[in-house]
Write a protein that binds this ligand. Structure first.
Ligand SMILES: Cc1cc2nc3c(=O)[nH]c(=O)nc-3n(C[C@H](O)[C@H](O)[C@H](O)COP(=O)(O)OP(=O)(O)OC[C@H]3O[C@@H](n4cnc5c(N)ncnc54)[C@H](O)[C@@H]3O)c2cc1C
Length: 540
């Protein structure tokens, strides 16, 4: 069995005091999922590893939080003491191809520091206010996962404070194990049994604890959603400064042509595609309704039923003038054979070259407008959910899925989404990271019954996705969301959940960290019976 030692926390030991003032605590009771019922025992603002260790030693239950941009309720407290990492915000060192940061550094600050050093960190989620620790805890992914993978692929080392206040420095590659890890802590030896379930073979999967035939210990903590330890520092792999970026907004009059175009881009090795984002017909209608097309100066043709936003990386020497010249000459046989000319020819073959809106390298204003159109889609849906909650029924909530299938099943899955929404008479919009086969179907509820029916549809989607070899939990994680917890059980079965619980019990026997995140808390001495399980299921 592979063993690793813990150490005592660095930094001055001081007793971590929780702030209990109502107005201080009130600011932390909700995450971006607006999960209902948030309440907390207090808030600890950790400024050192020792603070984190103290907090864990002295508190009954702790919920670590980053920017609380979680879309699953995972960063919503349910009676725990909140530990915010916002003051653990130092960028410690930047090397040739790595950066060492504390967990509370935001992606925006990381990006700025790396840009100043001529470097970049590509696998970011859409929200740049997220903290590095939060992205590690959820194994966040994003549009660029198509080319660059998920957070997991970029984490080289972690410092994690375990529930008993001992600290683990763990590096990628050491140690690995197939059955169990042994962690030698100050007062006990922790034997961590590894799960036997197999994760689906898809580019993104934020679905409980990592499993592989040979598991790297670091991977157990990445994506564990704060249930096994609190990440205080992270070493990330980084790249040289980004190449020239180009964005193209591409409307299509029919879905199958758009999907053929995506297939062609995915299959072309000579096209520098980083990401392809997708907005369906309902999304485009919302953008028109909200006047986003006029506001951003991005025309959406009346006939368009789907639009793609394609991100390309072009050679560094591609200036704006040169890019305009290449676009203008793309139909000309004597045009140079450059990546941008090849991309324009692919657009031309798909019959959409004249409808495309392009932001050439360096045109930040146009790029911001195209990105604003894509970002306005979730904002439009969230605003409608919020209004329905205010004006129709307080119980109305965001009802959305985050699933991924192997790309050759993607078109089939979109048709399944359509059929299931239609069968239930639901209004819904679908958008997301189409280059990975990962999109987000969202219900636009007109009643609480729509929310209930939407949850039912999401469970049906999840079963179909699992049948297709995909993951019903792609990038946002599981958190406290009952439907997502149910999908986790659908994916790995009761035995899989029990395997995860064994890991949790080994590392956190008192169930101190984030109880109720990923799966319900162990109730001491009582096993989850078939009856209680069925009651929970039917409540969903
Ligand atoms: C507009 C918007 C767009 C988004 N787009 C994407 C996207 O494209 N891809 C994607 O993957 N997600 C996306 N998200 C979700 C969210 O941004 C990510 O899940 C992000 O990784 C959460 O980071 P955070 O710092 O906000 O963490 P929080 O929301 O604060 O916490 C998330 C989870 O991590 C745990 N946690 C936080 N910090 C630590 C720590 N230091 N140690 C241990 N556990 C910790 C928390 O307990 C919680 O379970 C989006 C969210 C929004 C609001």
């Amino acid at each position: 069995m592979t063993a690793i030692r813990t150490r005592a926390p660095h930094g001055a030991a001081r007793t971590a005091t929780a702030r209990r003032d109502v107005d201080v605590v009130a600011a932390f009771l909700e995450d971006a999922a607006h999960f209902p019922g948030g309440h907390a025992d207090g808030v600890i603002v950790a400024t050192s590893e020792a603070d984190v260790a103290d907090a864990l030693r002295t508190s009954r239950a702790i919920l670590p939080i980053g920017a609380q941009s979680s879309l699953t309720g995972g960063a919503t407290p349910m009676g725990e003491t909140i530990l915010t990492t916002s003051r653990l915000n130092r960028i410690e060192a930047i090397g040739d191809d790595w950066v060492r940061v504390q967990a509370g550094v935001t992606l925006a600050d990381l990006d700025a520091a790396l840009a100043a050093a001529g470097k970049s960190y590509p696998p970011v989620p859409t929200f740049m206010g997220a903290f590095v620790g939060g992205t590690v805890a959820t194994n966040a992914a994003g549009a660029a996962t198509f080319k660059y993978g998920t957070t997991r692929d970029w984490v080289r080392a972690l410092t994690v404070v375990l529930p008993d206040g001992e600290v683990l420095d763990v590096e990628r590659g050491a140690p690995r194990a197939s059955h169990a890890f042994e962690i030698a802590a100050a007062n006990r030896t922790i034997t961590v049994p590894l799960p036997r379930y197999r994760m689906p073979d898809v580019p993104k999967c934020s679905a409980g604890y990592f499993a592989a035939p040979e598991t790297d210990l670091i991977d157990l903590f990445i994506g564990s959603e704060g249930t096994l330890g609190i990440v205080t520092a992270v070493t990330l792999r980084v790249l040289p400064a980004r190449p020239a970026q180009c964005l193209a907004f591409v409307p299509f009059a029919d879905r199958s042509s758009a999907l053929s175009f995506v297939r062609a881009l995915r299959a072309s090795f000579d096209l520098p595609v980083v990401a392809i984002e997708h907005m369906d017909a309902r999304c485009l209608a919302l953008l028109r309704e909200d006047g986003v097309d006029r506001r951003e100066g991005v025309p959406i043709p009346a006939a368009a039923v789907i639009a793609l936003l394609v991100a390309l990386e072009l050679p560094a020497e591609t200036t704006a003038d040169r890019a305009y010249d290449e676009i203008g000459r793309a139909r000309d046989q004597s045009a140079p054979d450059t990546p941008l000319v090849r991309f324009c020819r692919a657009l031309d073959r798909a019959g959409v070259l004249d409808a495309v809106e392009i932001a050439v390298p360096g045109d930040r204003a146009r790029a911001a407008q195209l990105l604003a159109v894509r970002e306005a889609v979730p904002a439009a849906v969230n605003a409608r959910v919020g209004r329905a909650k205010q004006t129709i029924d307080r119980r109305i909530e965001k009802t959305a899925a985050d699933m991924i299938v192997p790309f050759d099943r993607f078109e089939e899955l979109l048709s399944f989404y359509d059929a299931e929404f239609q069968r239930r008479g639901l209004d819904a919009a679908v958008w997301g990271h189409i280059s990975d086969g990962n999109v987000h179907p969202n219900v636009i509820p007109r009643s609480f019954a729509d929310v209930e029916s939407g949850k039912d549809a999401i469970l049906a989607f999840g079963r179909e996705v699992i049948r297709m070899g995909g993951s019903p939990l792609a990038e946002h994680g599981v958190g406290r969301n009952p439907v997502k917890q149910r999908l986790l059980r659908e994916l790995y079965g009761d035995e899989g959940i029990e395997e995860m619980r064994r890991i949790k019990r080994a590392i956190d026997p008192e169930w101190k960290l984030s109880p109720g995140v990923l799966f319900p808390k162990d109730t001491k001495g009582t096993k989850e019976t078939k009856d209680t399980k069925e009651t929970k299921d039917t409540k969903i």
